[in-house]
Ligand binder design. Structure first.
Ligand SMILES: C[S@@+](CC[C@H](N)C(=O)[O-])C[C@H]1O[C@@H](n2cnc3c(N)ncnc32)[C@H](O)[C@@H]1O
Length: 365
C-alpha cells in the first residue's frame, strides 16, 4: 500500500468512527427530545448531578444517568466532576438554542427523531424492496403524519404568516387574503398551514385536500379546536381529475408545501392544480432546495440526511403501485421542467432568506 492509499484509509477509518458516534448521538438526542430532558436541562442554571436532573425531569435516575453519559461524552452537554468527585452536567444555553421546543426555527433536535422513526417503521420493508423494486403504502408509516405535523408546526408557526405570505408579490397576496379570496392547500396533511392561514385571514375561505383520511380527521379536529368556520377539507387524490372536477377554476391561490414529490403521479397532480386555479390564480409550490443530480448536491450541507429520508419514505410511497417515485431530492431542474409541462404560464424560482433549505416555485396559471 502506498502512502497516499494509507493516508486515505486512515482518514476513512476515522470518518467511519465519527459516523458511528454521530448516529448514536442522533438516536440519544431523539430520546432526550421525546422525554423533555433538554427542556429540563435548559432550566437548570448550574451543573447538576444525574439524580437532581432525573428528579427535575420526573424520570428514572438510572436511565437519565446513562443518557447523560452519552450527552456528556458526545459534547452535547458539558460534563465535569465537583470537589466531592460527583459527576455533574450542564446544558450550555448556546446548545439549548438548537435543542429545545422553544428554539422555534432553530430547533434542530426535532429532526433527530426522523431517522429512528423511519427505522422502526420500515427498515425491513425497505431492505426487502431492494430486491422487488416495489413501493410502500402510506399505511406502513402510521406515526409519520403526526411527525410531519410536528415539523410543520415548527416551521409554519414561525414563518408562514409573518414571512412567507408577505413575500409573495410584494405583499399584494396578503392584501387579497385580507379582502377575501378562495385558497386551497394541496396535500395539507394534518392541516397545520391551512389552519394558520384561516385564522390569520378570516375573510378568505380555505380548502384542504389530502389523500389521507386519518390526516384529514386530525386536520378537522385542529380546525374545530380553533372554532374556524372558513375551512373545509376534501379527501381526494390530487392526481384524479374526476374527484376535483367540481372545483375547476375555483381557487385564487393554491399552496403545496412538501406535497408534490411524494405523489405517485406528480405531473397529473400539477395539471390538476392548474385546472383548479381561477384565471388570475397563483400557485406556490414549496419544496426542498436541491439540484436534481447528486453530483451537484455534493456540497449541500444536509444531502445525506435528505437522501436518506427520501430513500426510507418519499421515494417508496411515490413508487407505490407503479408510481413515479420522484423522491424528495427531485431537485429544482426536474421540478421546473415538470411545472412547465403541466402548462403554467410563468414559473418564478424564489429562494427564501427566512427558509434557506426550501425553495418556492411561484406559478401563474
Ligand atoms: C410530506 S407531507 C406534507 C404535509 C403538509 N403539506 C406539511 O407541510 O406538513 C405530504 C402530504 O401529501 C399527501 N399526499 C400524498 N399523495 C397525495 C395525493 N396523491 N393526493 C393528495 N395528497 C397526497 C400526504 O398524505 C401528506 O399529507
Amino acid at each position: 500500500m502506498n502512502d497516499d492509499a494509507r493516508t486515505k484509509r486512515e482518514a476513512f477509518s476515522r470518518r467511519m468512527t465519527d459516523i458511528l458516534n454521530h448516529a448514536a448521538l442522533n438516536l440519544a438526542i431523539a430520546v432526550g427530545y421525546r422525554t423533555g430532558l433538554f427542556e429540563t436541562l435548559s432550566r437548570l442554571e448550574v451543573p447538576q448531578t444525574p439524580l437532581q436532573i432525573a428528579e427535575a425531569a420526573g424520570c428514572s435516575e438510572r436511565y437519565v444517568r446513562e443518557w447523560l453519559a452519552v450527552m456528556g461524552t458526545g459534547g452535547i452537554v458539558d460534563i465535569s466532576a465537583d470537589a466531592n468527585g460527583q459527576i455533574r452536567y450542564h446544558l450550555p444555553p448556546e446548545h439549548a438554542a438548537f435543542l429545545t421546543r422553544g428554539a422555534g426555527g432553530d430547533n434542530l433536535a426535532v429532526y433527530t427523531q426522523e431517522i429512528p422513526l423511519l427505522t422502526t417503521q420500515v427498515l425491513e420493508d425497505i431492505v426487502a424492496a431492494f430486491a422487488t423494486g416495489e413501493g410502500l403504502p402510506y399505511e406502513k408509516y402510521p406515526r409519520f403524519q403526526a411527525f410531519m405535523s410536528e415539523l410543520a408546526d415548527n416551521k409554519h408557526e414561525t414563518l408562514l404568516v409573518g414571512d412567507f405570505l408577505p413575500s409573495i408579490e410584494d405583499g399584494a397576496l396578503v392584501a387579497r387574503l385580507q379582502t377575501g379570496i378562495r385558497v386551497c392547500d394541496l396535500g395539507c396533511g394534518q392541516g397545520v398551514a391551512l389552519v394558520l392561514m384561516a385564522e390569520a385571514f378570516p375573510a378568505s375561505r380555505f380548502t384542504g385536500i389530502d389523500i389521507s383520511g386519518p390526516a384529514l380527521a386530525e386536520a378537522l379536529r385542529r380546525a374545530a379546536g380553533r372554532k374556524l368556520e372558513n375551512v373545509d377539507f376534501l379527501e381526494a387524490d390530487a392526481a384524479d381529475p374526476g374527484a376535483l372536477a367540481h372545483l375547476a377554476g375555483t381557487f385564487d391561490y393554491i399552496t403545496a408545501f412538501d406535497a408534490i414529490h411524494d405523489q405517485r403521479q406528480p405531473l397529473a397532480a400539477l395539471r390538476n392544480v392548474r385546472r383548479l386555479l381561477a384565471p388570475q390564480g397563483l400557485f406556490s409550490m414549496v419544496d426542498i432546495d436541491a439540484h436534481s443530480s447528486p453530483v451537484d448536491n455534493a456540497g449541500h450541507p444536509l444531502a445525506p440526511f435528505l437522501y436518506t429520508v427520501s430513500l426510507m419514505h418519499c421515494m417508496p410511497v411515490g413508487l407505490y403501485r407503479g408510481g413515479q417515485g420522484l423522491g424528495m431530492m427531485w431537485g429544482r431542474e426536474t421540478a421546473q421542467a415538470m411545472l412547465q409541462k403541466a402548462g403554467f404560464s410563468r414559473v418564478e424560482v424564489l429562494t427564501m432568506d427566512f427558509d434557506p433549505f426550501n425553495i418556492h416555485f411561484l406559478c401563474r396559471r
